[in-house]
Design a protein around this ligand. Structure first.
Ligand code: BTN
Length: 326
């Protein structure tokens, strides 16, 4: 009921009367009063004016279940939210929920992670309260070899969502980092549970540096946050809601084609290395090439120095800028 109350208060710029709320939820005025008091304790500033009703003045920067449900405008993405004040890793939690049968679109968020996981076994710095740590559980009916493309769908949706919320010129570093002014702003980690020809579930974890003010020294040169770049603090729930909205649309376009045909132009328009020189680092060889953009399978098309074009696969190579990370 608390998230429904929040939603009603948000939808109405004026006041919502106690009577309206009682009728909507079929409960007593005391029950409404108690719920409003709980919201106040959680940091929401709600004004109560005699003969007019309740009015929301401000919300705290939280990513709790009730906050997210009250701001999300989606059909299935994030319609079930599990929030942890502190957890090991939202990817671990989402995988466990996947094994317990939670539905497609279940979203797991945390205020802090103490075993935040990055790609290639790295640690993902996840201090309390300043960033977004979220994982979405998906049950796509596609062959397992197509699932890695979903990471690119999430990268695109995250970049689009961040652009809309902040107006910043965020870009994608293939396949799935999001960068701002040459530094990493977002990391994405996909983990899967599959049979030979069947996906049980896919978990896609997204870490976004939102309001973090400083990084450990070793990350200073490579990582940035929205706050560091703009000096502005942004509500994390708003960002999550907008990303989920884009994701739902992009997911439908992906599922229609079962590849990235409908999304590749949008993705390529955000590609940081497009038409630039990159170093391709593979197990067998390393070479310099011009990055041209992704194809419908999410592979990166590159032109070698001798003019020959080829597609490189994210599982096999990594890409660096010629002068550094981007
Ligand atoms: C990377 O190395 O670039 C990927 C980082 C992914 C971090 C996110 S934070 C939310 C989710 N939970 C995790 O443990 N990892 C991902």
């Amino acid at each position: 009921m608390k998230s429904e109350i929040l939603k009603m208060l948000r939808e109405d710029d004026g006041y919502v009367s106690g009577q309206q709320l009682c009728e909507k939820f079929g409960v007593s005025r005391t029950a409404i009063w108690k719920a409003i008091n709980q919201l106040k304790e959680e940091g929401y500033q709600v004004e109560a004016v005699r003969n007019r009703g309740y009015h929301i003045v401000s919300s705290p920067d939280v990513v709790t279940e009730e906050e997210l449900i009250s701001v999300l405008d989606t059909v299935w993405a994030g319609q079930q939210v599990f929030f942890f004040e502190k957890t090991d890793s939202t990817n671990i939690q989402a995988k466990q929920l996947g094994e317990k049968g939670m539905p497609h679109g279940t979203l797991v968020t945390a205020n802090q992670q103490d075993k935040g996981r990055g790609r290639r076994g790295r640690f993902w710095e996840s201090p309390a309260g300043s960033s977004i740590y979220m994982s979405i559980l998906l049950r796509p009916e596609i062959p397992p070899d197509k699932a890695p493309m979903l990471t690119l769908v999430v990268a695109l949706s995250t970049a689009e969502g961040l652009k809309e919320c902040t107006g910043l010129d965020v870009q994608i570093k293939w396949p799935n980092d999001i960068v701002l002014n040459g530094k990493k702003l977002v990391g994405i980690l996909t983990e899967m549970s599959t049979e030979i020809d069947y996906i049980n579930h896919v978990v896609i974890g997204v870490g976004i540096n939102v309001n973090i003010q400083t990084f450990p020294e070793e990350l200073n040169e490579k990582a940035t946050s929205i706050y560091i770049e703009t000096g502005q603090k942004i509500k994390r729930s708003k960002i999550i809601a907008v990303i989920m909205k884009y994701f739902e649309k992009n997911y439908a376009l992906f599922m229609q084609a079962q590849n990235l045909e409908n999304l590749k132009d949008k993705y390529n328009s955000l590609l940081v290395n497009r038409e630039k020189e990159v170093r391709i680092l593979g197990a067998k060889e390393q070479f310099t090439a011009i990055a041209l953009g992704i194809n419908r399978h999410g592979e990166l098309l590159v032109r070698r120095e001798d003019g020959q074009e080829e597609a490189v696969f994210a599982g096999e190579v990594s890409v660096r800028g010629v002068y550094g990370y981007v």
